[in-house]
Design a protein around this ligand. Structure first.
Ligand SMILES: O=P(O)(O)OP(=O)(O)OP(=O)(O)OC[C@H]1O[C@@H](n2cnc3c(O)ncnc32)[C@H](O)[C@@H]1O
Ligand SMILES: [Mg+2]
Length: 202
């Protein structure tokens, strides 16, 4: 596995919640972190039907444009009783045409579970694939999954996206209620990040 020797790394994401979390996770490693926004990069179309495929699109796009190694994150929530939806389409379910509305997207998930008469607990998982890509076209992938259930009503305003309706297995607080430090110890993103550290930084 190729190591990340450069001191500057581009975070190839436009999501403020992800940027906050990944920057916090990267803090101890002494890298200079820039974001796609710092370079005025636009968002490439996420045309693949897998987390890995879309993570690769985003990381390679940013690496080519900036000439620096780039780390992307493709993630989403899969709900078992909905056949794994919204999955790679999690952000699309929030799209209104004028930005994103996650209350709408979470309500849709809950309504579909109710309509399906899904038994409780309504098991689900958050997935995260990180892709580290270099300007020469090389890349490495790191995956993390956390299992839990979809709960209703929404609880907490500390996270982003689907956090208020996701209760991780064995916990009493949703990702929306949880201290961010705690989320960093168990989240799909933290799991994938741990593999990135072990493979590329250590
Ligand atoms: O593609 P980038 O620019 O990174 O940002 P995005 O928001 O479009 O990200 P994705 O394409 O990966 O879509 C995944 C969606 O899944 C949701 N999601 C991912 N991780 C999450 C987390 O830790 N907590 C809550 N929601 C999360 C979040 O709302 C994202 O918008
Ligand atoms: Mg996206």
């Amino acid at each position: 596995m190729r190591k990340l020797t450069d001191t500057t790394l581009v975070l190839a994401s436009h999501n403020a919640g992800k940027l906050r979390e990944i920057s916090a996770l990267l803090e101890p490693f002494g890298k200079t972190v820039k974001s796609a926004g710092d370079f005025g990069l636009d968002e490439p179309e996420e045309t693949e039907d897998s987390f890995a495929g879309n993570a690769r699109i985003k990381a390679h796009y940013a690496a080519k444009k900036t000439g620096l190694p780039a780390l992307s994150d493709d993630s989403g929530i899969t709900v078992d009783a909905l056949g794994g939806a919204p999955g790679v389409y999690t952000a699309d379910w929030a799209e209104t045409g004028q930005g994103r509305d996650f209350v709408m997207a979470m309500t849709r998930v809950w309504n579909e579970l109710e309509a399906a008469g899904a038994p409780t607990p309504r098991s689900a998982a958050f997935h995260c694939t990180l892709c580290l890509a270099w300007p020469d076209g090389h890349d490495e992938l790191f995956e993390g999954i956390v299992r839990g259930q979809v709960v209703w009503p929404m609880r907490g305003d500390r996270g982003f996206g689907f956090d208020p309706v996701f209760l991780p297995d064995g916990e009493r607080e949703t990702f929306g209620e949880m201290d961010p430090e705690m989320k960093h110890r168990m989240s799909h993103r933290a799991m994938a990040f741990g593999k990135f550290v072990a493979g590329s930084l250590d």
